[in-house]
Design a protein around this ligand. Sequence first.
Ligand SMILES: [Ca+2]
Length: 143
Amino acid sequence: MTPFDFFFFLNQLKIDINECVTNNGGCDVNARCKNTIGSYECHCKPGYVGNGISCSPCGENEYSLDETTCLSCPENSTSPLASTSIIDCKCISFNYYPDELTSTCLPCSLGFLLDDDSNTCTSNFILILFYFILFYFIYLFIY
Ligand SMILES: [Ca+2]
């Protein structure tokens, strides 16, 4: 048996060290260590990007579907650090609702207020009255 044959024999036995057992295999704390035969791999967790040895969270207004790219949330929406889905992007400001057609956040129309469910705008009588009086006085002021 030559040395080559011996190593071939060892390889056939699939003798492997599980590097992931100690110190997460040297992967980032925000990475998953995957043991393989003869080696190991580091993959950043969802919401984080990097090479696995070093992983950074996607920022506010961003989310990631894989470990390579942070994607931007739709216009007028924001998300917590290390978000993993576009669902984590919530409308940013007062009176903005999520519009399914454009997949963005749009402001409620004049005289409409955002419902408690944060999904729909409903006409508001007091607000309409307020705008009516306001425009009336602007009209009186101008003419
Ligand atoms: Ca291994």
